[in-house]
Write a protein that binds this ligand. Structure first.
Ligand code: SF4
Length: 349
């Protein structure tokens, strides 16, 4: 069965080119990933800025085109979607952005955000039916219609505005929601509520969620699988329990160690991420992308880009520390991701 959405050997380079004096910046480097239609999962894509995670979201939404490789929606090249297939894509794949305020037109009441897709996709046959649908959807994300509809965006809190965006996505009964840092501009007290709304949508309606974030803690709370990205490549991927509780890639280990601790004497963990000494503009090449920050760097790391090694049934790490494990083709990453079963037992490294 074709995947709902697939990135196949995708590389995205910004700048550079034949007539440019500066080298291009590789934002995403030979990246492959599938969202299956019949196996709804929540997958977190985690990384710092410059990791390629936002570029990935833009590629999957068709907002930018790959330099090489393909983005496929139901086996059709995204750049060639037209007519009914494009309309189906626009309904089946929804997005929730970081800053909900930017999505709103301040001159319209927030009802507009919900009534527009109802009209565009003909979801209701009368005004009464449209109103009932809006109320039902707002209730589903924990908002009271009487406190929400009829107001302008500035009259609502950031958390309410973001939940309306969740409601808008739900309205269209999508197969996939790409949530790009959806709670990073929301009060801490509301983060859990919004993430829980997303999780409930996944559980109740079998919607897959791609949760893109720099925050490992919320990624752990919400997701089944996780991809840790570094400089456009997957550093480590697999079952979220395995990756977060027993991180293998040195980069993932540093990320975990830098998570704020509840101990007041150790407010920001016991290990600071060392600054990246590499040049900010990079081209792809034969070296480990993490070599300048890695406490375990070896000679081979400077001359060869490590493949993904399948260290457990449900996890892979791109690091030569695990070269005894079988190498996994980057295009086969889904082999360690698609099983949503929990209680997995690591097989060791
Ligand atoms: Fe460190 Fe080498 Fe592993 Fe890269 S491949 S993370 S430099 S040990």
């Amino acid at each position: 069965m074709p995947a709902l959405l697939e990135a196949r050997n995708v590389t995205k380079i910004y700048g550079g080119g034949r007539f440019s004096r500066t080298p291009g910046m590789v934002a995403l480097d030979d990246f492959s990933f599938r969202v299956e239609d019949d196996q709804p999962t929540i997958t977190a894509i985690v990384g710092e800025s410059g990791s390629g995670k936002t570029t990935l979201a833009r590629l999957l939404l068709g907002l930018t085109e790959p330099t090489s490789g393909q983005i496929l929606y139901r086996d059709q090249d995204m750049s060639r979607l037209t007519g009914e297939s494009r309309k189906r894509f626009l309904r089946e794949v929804q997005v929730i952005f970081q800053d909900p305020y930017e999505v709103y037109n301040p001159f319209y009441k927030v009802d507009h955000v919900l009534s527009t897709p109802i009209a565009k996709f003909k979801l209701a046959s009368s005004k009464q039916q449209a109103r009932a649908l809006m109320e039902e959807t707002l209730n589903a994300v924990g908002l009271r219609p009487e406190e929400t509809l009829g107001r302008h965006p500035h009259q609502l809190s950031g958390g309410q505005r973001q939940r309306i965006m969740v409601a808008r996505a739900l309205l269209l009964q999508p197969r996939l929601i790409i949530a790009d840092e959806p709670v990073s501009m929301v009060d801490a007290s509301l983060r859990a509520t919004i993430l829980e709304s997303l999780r409930q949508m996944h559980l109740k309606y079998d919607i897959s969620i791609l949760y893109i974030t720099h925050d490992l803690t919320t990624a752990y709370q919400i997701s089944d699988n996780i991809l840790v990205m570094y400089r456009g490549q997957v550093a480590e991927a697999g079952d979220v329990d395995l990756v977060v509780k027993q991180p293998q890639h040195p980069y993932t280990q540093l990320l975990i160690q830098s998570i704020p601790q509840p101990d007041p004497d150790r407010a920001w963990g016991h290990y600071e991420l060392p600054a990246d000494a590499a040049r900010p503009v990079v081209t792809g090449g034969a070296f480990c992308r993490f070599v300048n920050r890695c406490p375990h760097a070896m000679e081979i790391c400077r001359t060869t880009n490590p493949p993904l090694y399948r260290t457990d049934e449900h996890r892979a790490a791109a690091c030569f520390l695990y070269r005894e494990s079988p190498a996994l083709d980057r295009a086969d990453l889904d082999q360690v991701l698609t099983d949503p079963a929990r209680n997995l037992t690591p097989t060791g490294t």
